[in-house]
Write a protein that binds this ligand. Sequence first.
Ligand SMILES: Nc1nc2c(ncn2[C@@H]2O[C@H](COP(=O)(O)OP(=O)(O)OP(=O)(O)O)[C@@H](O)[C@H]2O)c(=O)[nH]1
Length: 194
Amino acid sequence: MIDPKNITGIILAGGKSSRMGREKGLILLDGKPFIQHSIDALRPLVNTILIVSSNADYDAFGVTRVEDIIIESGPLAGLHSGLTHSKTEHNLVISCDVPLVTTKFLKKLLSYEKEDYDIIQFEAEGKSIPLIALYKKQCADRCQELLANGERRLRKLVSAVKTKTITVLEKERLLVTNMNTVEDLKTITNAIDH
Ligand SMILES: Nc1nc2c(ncn2[C@@H]2O[C@H](COP(=O)(O)OP(=O)(O)OP(=O)(O)O)[C@@H](O)[C@H]2O)c(=O)[nH]1
């Protein structure tokens, strides 16, 4: 397992939340904002947490906030900024809209560290999940090159570097639920209430 002092937690929260209609990271689930769920899941595994967003409302969470260096360019640019600001080789990256992710689940990403991958990500039902993943800081340079070429697709980064993909178990599927719409929120609120 990697020492927490060698890992930074990076939470991407700089999106437009246009499908949800309000700032996703601030939505309450079980009385706690999504972003606080992410902070709590990361906290035991890392010494430093960075929120990547231009929204100063996130300053209320007592965590360092950094802004995108390349603006209006989506999650790849958020990742670029987070990795550029990070002072550690290893970086646990999550989006702010997966509030059911747990520490135990994230720990799985840390167990392959000796194999020297640039990215260790999950996949579920044939779809990769690069926004719940472990990244080497050196990926920042590749992000920058891609963005400079007008590329915004995270999967272009994933396919360009040494990547390990771990399949999410059936019983873990709920944990990676991505909340993009009010419907998603209703479905999940019902699922965890029952
Ligand atoms: N820092 C940063 N994060 C971003 C950016 N775009 C998206 N994200 C984050 O990346 C994750 C996935 O974003 P999406 O759900 O694809 O996009 P979104 O803009 O948040 O939502 P929609 O407007 O509904 O597409 C979320 O945690 C976003 O906050 C960006 O330009 N900068």
